[in-house]
Ligand binder design. Sequence first.
Ligand SMILES: Nc1ncnc2c1ncn2[C@@H]1O[C@H](COP(=O)(O)OP(=O)(O)OP(=O)(O)O)[C@@H](O)[C@H]1O
Ligand SMILES: [Mg+2]
Length: 257
Amino acid sequence: MITQSIRFVERVSKMSTCAVAINDLVKAYSTGLKAIDGVTLTVNEGEIFGLIGPNGAGKTTTLRILGTLLKPTSGTVSILGHDVVEGQMAVRGLISYLPEDAGAYENLSGREYLAFMAGFYEGDAKKTVDIGVRIADLKERIDSRIKEYSKGMKRRLLIARALMTAPKLAILDEPTAGLDVMHALYVRERVKGLIKERGTTAVLSSHNLLEVEFMCDRVALIDHGRIHETGTPSELKEKYGAKNLEEVFMEVVKHAA
Ligand SMILES: Nc1ncnc2c1ncn2[C@@H]1O[C@H](COP(=O)(O)OP(=O)(O)OP(=O)(O)O)[C@@H](O)[C@H]1O
Ligand SMILES: [Mg+2]
């Protein structure tokens, strides 16, 4: 009896280290297209998890469901124990979401935008904005209107917004796309730092497989809405006798087609 109870406690404590649990997820758009076609995967707390796959594979759709912006057609997704549909509000308090492509209140300045967003979170808003301003690193242009920003400058502002609040789960859709080399490096280090220092978990998508290899503890390869491989970058390289993740990607996609 006692042994059984200990086993039960061990099982429960293992379950609680799971940050994201996706179970048999299906998403069909109104066009009838099944963008996600039976995805099951888990992301552990404290992990940086990378979703990789060709254009149209279903990465953004998956991340938008994690971000509670889209509802699953069937299957379940839970984030730190909260269902993304039933517990939508609880989930929103735990996550931050960097969209693939987003406008950001073009008539505000970068600083005003960060202050507006910081207002939705508990804690010291001024401190949060200061952190955001530092992450965006736009110098004096933080006080220019967003409509005067370049593409990369807008992206840096949105990244600052996603990372300034130290979320429990950061959902980052192509975080470094469109950034210059220096800021891409900075964002990678920053995400890694958040994970180590604040116990954040991150799920990201990227087409830069060197970046994925550098950042991610584990990776899932998705194509046509299905997961074709999951593992650490080294496990996958070993399995496919590949030098890098790009070679793994090519092999998996060739056989998935
Ligand atoms: N709003 C929508 N309505 C209908 N179909 C959609 C919609 N959004 C995405 N799709 C389709 O769902 C599939 C998956 O798209 P998704 O954006 O998730 O791919 P992705 O893996 O993020 O691709 P990319 O690497 O190009 O960003 C694609 O076939 C796409 O055309
Ligand atoms: Mg996408």
